[in-house]
Write a protein that binds this ligand. Structure first.
Ligand SMILES: *[C@@H]1O[C@H](CO)[C@@H](O)[C@H](O)[C@H]1NC(C)=O
Ligand SMILES: *[C@@H]1O[C@H](CO)[C@@H](O)[C@H](O)[C@H]1NC(C)=O
Ligand SMILES: *[C@@H]1O[C@H](CO)[C@@H](O)[C@H](O)[C@H]1NC(C)=O
Ligand SMILES: *[C@@H]1O[C@H](CO)[C@@H](O)[C@H](O)[C@H]1NC(C)=O
Length: 464
């Protein structure tokens, strides 16, 4: 509506007509906006949930604290022996379930979107228990740490258009006969790797052949190798001084892939990459040998940053995935597992943030501005890498777990990250309760579903 129209004729009737006109125009505008947003939504799946809710980087010390918490969780010791424990489990059940038979056909096909669907309760129980897997990291052993509820172990994911089969460990090993699967990432990647090992442990006891450089488990029945390599940012990292960024500070080289795993790339048949949480950590970002930005670090005299942490994240994903896809000696597939959502309420891990009392999935995913931004940046980096890689872009797969797992508020250890029986009452010297873990996932728990999704992806891509 143009301004002259707004200049109302005098008189009561004129004002009424004007009001009516204004209302009609407003309703028309609203309808137009709804139509526009709907059509945008349909061309960009999940756009409504994943729309940017925040602007750029989330600064402040809480990020650093969250990342330090990630740091504090165990970095693997390569030479460690497998922990003692029983391997057999009467509880671990494999193979076709009644629920599978009751579900509508067809089973997963190449066209089914695995990541759109819903959680349903499956009373047949988890793929392993805290007693049947000897290598659950203590902080993820929720049952062993006294968590009173068990429902969170029993939810399964049902994609809209197909079935996500219950993980068949024997089938997986057969499928991966003579092959190597590598997880590269931070402590959440470790969480997924250990979940896979626990599932496979139910049918074959692996041999630990790890080194300082990588964790390595070999399933001798099929000569299947599972590897994990720590890489916080997936790109090169150094603490040497660069320009005005001092020695000691972490430098994240956004345009150089992390050599620690790139050197081994040709030996991988399946590579599962993930990152993100370390972009909340204090560091300097380097691009083209120049300091272009920082997180929780930036000298005032350096002027404006060229790049914040979330944009740096996008560049790092593009760099790493492009290098992986373009490596002529890499014949396998690389799966990018998207950002793992956390569920702290009322604060972060060190500011009384909590997920206590969450015993079932939410009906709707939690919207979290930072998670959504990280997810968007990661997917943007992934898409650019696919473009950069031309025909080799088909080696890159997206494991799009962020939205399905945004509703799994019940799946974290919360206060049950330690076996200390007094954990709920024992407070720090300042009277604060001990920090909770609402970021990693209980084992068994929702993280096992990541491996069901991964197996489906592998089956689709490596079959034949
Ligand atoms: C594991 O189970 C198999 C068969 O189910 C049995 O033969 C074997 O003795 C069991 N091993 C242990 C350590 O319980
Ligand atoms: C497993 O959890 C149960 C409680 O459900 C507990 O009694 C048991 O000690 C735990 N075992 C291990 C090895 O953590
Ligand atoms: C484990 O590694 C060593 C040397 O690194 C090798 O000699 C041995 O054969 C490996 N074990 C298995 C089961 O592959
Ligand atoms: C956390 O809770 C304690 C009391 O339990 C309170 O004194 C403190 O101010 C809280 N901290 C924050 C950051 O809310």
């Amino acid at each position: 509506m143009s301004l002259p129209e707004m200049q109302a004729p005098a008189g009561a009737g004129g004002i009424r007509r004007l009001l009516l006109k204004v209302i009609v125009s407003a309703v028309a505008l609203l309808l137009a906006l709804v139509v526009i947003s709907l059509s945008v939504g349909s061309s960009l799946p999940g756009a409504s949930l994943r729309a940017y809710l925040t602007t750029g980087a989330r600064g402040g010390s809480e990020n650093d604290a969250t990342a330090d918490f990630l740091l504090s969780t165990r970095v693997f010791q390569g030479d460690q022996e497998p922990l003692p424990g029983t391997v057999n489990s009467s509880e671990a059940s494999l193979g076709t379930r009644e629920d599978d038979r009751n579900m509508p056909v067809p089973v997963a096909t190449g066209t089914c979107d695995l990541y759109r669907g819903e959680w349903f309760f499956d009373s047949s129980g988890p793929l392993y228990t805290n007693n049947s897997c000897p290598l659950i990291t203590k902080t993820q052993n929720c049952q062993g740490n006294g968590r009173p509820d068990k429902g969170y172990e029993n939810w399964r994911w049902k994609p809209e258009q197909c079935i996500l089969p219950r993980f068949d460990a024997a089938k997986f090993l057969e499928f991966m006969r003579g092959k190597t699967l590598a997880f590269v990432g931070d402590s959440v990647a470790r969480n997924q790797m250990e979940s896979l090992l626990c599932i496979l442990w139910q049918v074959d006891t692996p041999v630990n052949n790890g080194t300082k450089r990588m964790q390595k488990w070999i399933f001798r029945s099929t000569s299947t190798t599972i590897i994990r390599i720590w890489s916080s940012w997936l790109v090169h990292r150094s603490i040497e001084a660069v320009e005005f960024a001092p020695q000691g500070l972490d430098k994240v080289f956004l345009d150089i892939p992390d050599e620690t795993f790139m050197e081994l790339l040709p030996s991988f048949d399946v590579l599962v990459l993930s990152s993100g949480h370390w972009f909340a950590k204090r560091s300097a970002y380097i691009l083209n040998d120049n300091v272009v930005g920082g997180q929780l670090w930036w000298p005032r005299e350096a002027g404006n940053m060229q790049m914040n942490n979330v944009d740096g994240f996008a560049v790092s994903v593009e760099t790493c995935l492009t290098a992986v896809a373009m490596n002529p000696n890499f014949k396998g597939i690389a799966v990018l597992r998207t950002y793992s959502p956390d569920h702290y309420e009322g604060g972060t891990w060190n500011t009384n943030g909590s997920c206590t009392g969450k015993v079932k999935p939410l009906d709707e995913a939690v919207r979290n501005g930072f998670t959504n931004t990280m997810y968007e940046k990661q997917v943007a980096g992934f898409k650019k890498a696919v473009q950069n890689s031309g025909e080799h872009g088909s080696k890159l797969k997206l494991m799009d777990i962020t939205e399905p797992f945004a509703s799994r508020v019940d799946g974290h250890p919360g206060p049950y990250r330690s076996a200390d029986p007094n954990k709920k009452t024992q407070r720090g010297p300042d009277g604060r309760p001990p920090p909770q873990d609402c970021l990693h996932w209980c084992m068994p728990g929702p993280v096992d579903t990541w491996n069901e999704m991964l197996f489906e992806t592998i089956k689709r891509e490596l079959a034949g």
